[in-house]
Design a protein around this ligand. Structure first.
Ligand code: ADP
Length: 607
């Protein structure tokens, strides 16, 4: 896979994970908001009903006063101290009973005639409260409901007022001031907040005291001036709570922050029977956490899925590759088997052929060996043939001498010259011995080889060879120079070694036949475990062609009937069998030189 493709895939997977997280967050958040909204709606209704019923509890109080005779007397005789006092006492008793802040009676001009707090130094007694909206509403025959902050003690409260006497033209007004703070006690422990906001947007009750007498929206300057003038809140500063709207969620629900605080879900509803609204602020922290958890789960889940996808994909790829490799392996195997079968067949054929060839070679070798033996024999016989003239001469001479000597001896015996006869007989014996020696040498030379190798002393072998050629040497007047080490033992077969020497000497004799002052040098040397014998002559030497073809069978430069061209071939073959070698070369000063080399051995060595 290419680098970019991999990066692209990773990016897609990351995108999916992020998208899953975002979607999880969004869905979870939306659902949580809906649930929260439903919960808050219920809570708002409950709080609203609590407030409404709390307010309703005091509704009857001003009306009760309309019916009371003491109050009616007061309105009729406001200047009688006893009447006023009786009213005061009654009002304070009633105030205590109803657990209200204050109950007081105003005349139709708005002046306080009697009050439950008559004995306190800051009592309302005699105060003019005609500017109060609750007075104005009541004097017009209506029930007044009004939240305000007292001017005397700066004490906030809920004012309820009702006309006294005739509704059309009331003779006075009864007012009850109620402290609503106990309601707030219900709101403690909420992790958001609850606000009761009056028609001016001023918080009159709050789950947190610091919000009280703050506004949910900043007040317009004109409105603020009007409120200051009315003394409704006794010139309280009425700062803004600092609510910032973040996002509308539903018709009456929105996300807000208070002074950059945490996000709150704000809902409100009108409070029945009043111009007030009840606000519920719920913390969204748990909700956000839940959404975040869902987002994490969604991301984790999709990451897991992606991982599974990757693993599955990798497995699939590995399996495919394995399958491919297996198929390739099977194919290779089949091919190999086919080749093996093919090769085996080839090899079997080659083997058969080889066996046939080996058999053939063995047969050829046997034939060759036989031919070689025969050739050897032929070579010997040829040499003997060559020598026959010499041998005949050699034998004829003693024979003639024998005939003469034996004739003479007969005559000397007849004369009685025994001494001469004895001397003659002695000579005869010597002659016969010499003849026996000649025939013995010939016999041993002509004998077929025995193939038995023994330590042979080279000087002795050379002696025998020279003896066989003695007649030729003498008749041609060839000088033989010998320079041989005293003892030079080689492992060989005596007669065959002699034959090699005879061949080399005979060739040398042939070569010097035409030269004046013919010379043959036989030089032996012991060197590095080897014995070399060089037979050099002062004949015409070797032509380049002869030097190259010396050891070729039937190569000869001699006239027909004189040379067979086998001598050197046989000689090199024999020396080879003895573990030796033979070489021939033309000497710079003229003449040819043939050197045979054989491994040296000792006399004791038994082959
Ligand atoms: P052959 O003696 O029957 O010719 P050889 O194998 O002994 O066969 O010799 C081969 C040839 O090598 C000879 O014909 C001759 O030409 C050459 N040759 C051998 N020895 C000598 C030598 N000492 N001097 C010159 N030529 C030689």
């Amino acid at each position: 896979m290419s680098h970019w493709r991999r990066i692209w895939r990773i990016a897609v997977v990351l995108l999916i994970i992020t998208a899953a997280g975002a979607a999880g967050f969004h869905i979870s958040q939306t659902l949580a908001y809906q649930q929260q909204l439903a919960r808050s709606q219920v809570q708002l209704r409950v709080f609203g009903q609590t407030i409404a019923s709390e307010l309703a509890r005091y509704d009857y109080v001003p009306h009760v006063l309309t019916l009371d005779s003491k109050i009616n007397q007061l309105l009729d005789n406001p200047d009688q101290a006893a009447v006023v006092q009786a009213a005061n006492l009654y009002l304070s008793a009633l105030n205590e009973r109803t657990a209200t802040r204050a109950i007081y009676i105003l005349d139709k001009t708005g002046k306080v005639l009697a009050t439950s707090n008559w004995q306190r130094p800051d009592s309302y007694l005699g105060e003019d409260l005609s500017y109060r909206p609750y007075f104005r509403a009541a004097i017009q025959g209506q029930t007044g409901r009004f939240y305000g902050v007292g001017t005397t003690r700066s004490e906030p409260g809920y004012y309820l007022s009702a006309p006294l006497g005739n509704r059309r033209s009331p003779s006075g007004v009864a007012v009850v001031k109620v402290g609503l703070e106990p309601l707030e006690a219900n709101w403690q422990g909420l992790d958001g907040g609850v606000l009761l906001v009056d028609e001016n947007g001023v918080v009159i009750l709050a789950s947190q005291p610091r919000w009280r007498l703050q506004t949910v929206f900043p007040l317009a300057p004109a409105k603020r001036a009007a409120l200051d003038r009315s003394l409704q809140y006794n010139r309280a500063p009425l700062p803004s709570m600092g609510i910032e709207q973040q996002k509308a969620i539903a018709d009456d629900a929105e996300l807000v922050r208070i002074r950059k605080g945490s996000l709150l879900l704000s809902q409100n509803m009108p409070l029945a029977g009043t111009a007030w609204r009840l606000y519920l602020l719920s913390s969204t922290q748990a909700l956000q956490m839940g959404a975040l958890k869902t987002a994490t789960l969604a991301s984790g889940g999709s990451a897991l899925l992606a991982l599974l996808g990757v693993v599955w994909n990798a497995r699939r790829r590995i399996n495919a590759e394995r399958q491919k490799a297996r198929i390739a392996l099977e194919a290779a195997n089949a091919e190999l088997e086919r080749k093996v079968i093919e090769r085996t067949a080839d090899l079997s054929a080659a083997n058969l052929q080889l066996q046939a060839e080996v058999t053939e070679r063995i047969r050829t070798e046997a034939t060759l060996r036989r031919a070689q033996d025969e050739l050897l024999q032929a070579g010997k016989l040829a040499v003997i043939g060559q020598m026959s003239t010499g041998i005949a001469h050699e034998l004829n001479q003693p024979l003639a001498a024998l005939r003469t000597l034996s004739g003479n001896t007969v005559r000397f015996l007849a004369r009685g010259d025994l001494a001469t006869a004895q001397s003659n007989l002695q000579t005869i014996i010597q002659l016969v011995e010499r003849m026996g020696k000649i025939s013995g040498a010939l016999k041993s030379f002509a004998r077929k080889s025995s193939n038995r190798m023994v330590p042979v002393e080279l000087n002795a072998a050379l002696e025998n060879a020279l003896f066989l050629l003695e007649t030729r040497i003498h008749s041609a007047g060839v000088v033989i120079e010998r320079d041989m080490p005293a003892q030079a033992w080689v492992k060989a077969e005596a007669t065959r070694l002699e034959q090699v020497l005879v061949n080399l000497l005979a060739n040398a004799l042939d070569a010097v036949a035409t030269v004046t002052n013919p010379h043959i040098r036989v030089v032996g040397q012991l060197e590095q475990g080897e014995v070399s014998v060089s037979i050099c002559d002062n004949g015409p030497g070797l032509t380049a062609e002869a030097e190259a073809r010396l050891f070729e069978p039937f190569f000869t430069t001699k006239p027909v009937g004189e040379g067979l061209g086998l001598g050197l071939t046989l000689s090199i073959g024999i020396l080879d069998e003895f573990g030796g070698r033979l070489s021939g070369y033309h000497q710079p000063q003229g003449g040819a030189c043939f050197t045979m080399v054989l491994p040296q051995t000792t006399k004791e060595m038994l082959g």
